[in-house]
Design a protein around this ligand. Sequence first.
Ligand code: A3D
Length: 320
Amino acid sequence: MARKKIALIGAGMIGGTLAHLAAQKELGDVVLFDIAEGIPEGKGLDIAESSPIDGYDSHLKGSQDYKDIAGADVCIVTAGVARKPGMSRDDLLGINLKVMKSVGEGIKTHAPNALVICITNPLDAMVWALQKFSGLPANKVVGMAGILDSARFRYFLAEEFNVSVESVTAFVLGGHGDTMVPLVRYSTVAGIPLPDLIEMGWTTQAKIDAIVDRTRKGGGEIVALLKTGSAYYAPAASAIQMAECYLKDKKLVVPCAAQLSGQYGLNDLYVGVPIVLGADGCERIVEVKLNKDEKAMFDSSVAAVHELMDACVKLDPSLG
Ligand code: A3D
């Protein structure tokens, strides 16, 4: 039986970490694609040279040629640039939108049957554009953000309660960014919702509010510490969980940016919602009941995503 093939489009900080994790977990053979010559080859070789020590047999190849992603089962997209000082949000959007166009065309031509996981920011707008540029069915194009955001929420909650991260479940909805909606009511320790834990005296509302705020600003906290880049270990781990879930048809219920077609009263938009992720990609979108406050937060998050989509259409009218 042939090994699965994982194509990583973008071999920067997240791309390299993805390659290392995918190889260590033997998810398949790995192709690192990047426009920067030498970087994907160098990272691929460096990781391959660790394989005799760690004992895995994945092959790793670096490339600047889309032909090398041919037949990939999963494509994980991190290609693009990060916002630099002096660059406006629209400048960033313009650059990464063009990157999504070339990536979408490369995937359409060489790996049309892959599950595509987009990580490039601004996430919800980029995954929306990537689906259109690639022409792949919407169930096979998803965005990674919710698993990372909820992992941050879970980690902060586990620290607060001094319990295992495995005992904490957390629920995050909406677009990726400051408007994301961590849903306190649906987040639990061993099935006990956070509001009950407040009543039980395990924590206070003020502490939970502070954790929610820290979760919303989780990406910025890492950027402020690193100073020259953004988070990559946890983002890579999140996307690898998605790839593994697809390849093993695990049907995990996880928050991902998925295309809505009527759910939550919305259409033709990608936003973070719980989905069932399995061999058919996004197999089902879970519509949870939102109370008035949660709905208001979700609506404002959706409005922020719509604003980015409108900016994309202005830059590239073919998306309209
Ligand atoms: P970085 O280390 O800069 O890697 C990006 C790579 O993309 C570089 O190696 C570039 O050479 C390459 N690249 C640029 N243009 C192209 C192209 N046209 N085709 C192929 N490759 C190209 O960044 P990173 O790995 O730290 O982050 C990658 C992206 O993920 C950025 O857009 C981040 O903002 C985003 N990100 C998203 C999250 C989410 O939770 C959604 C978290 C962290 C980072």
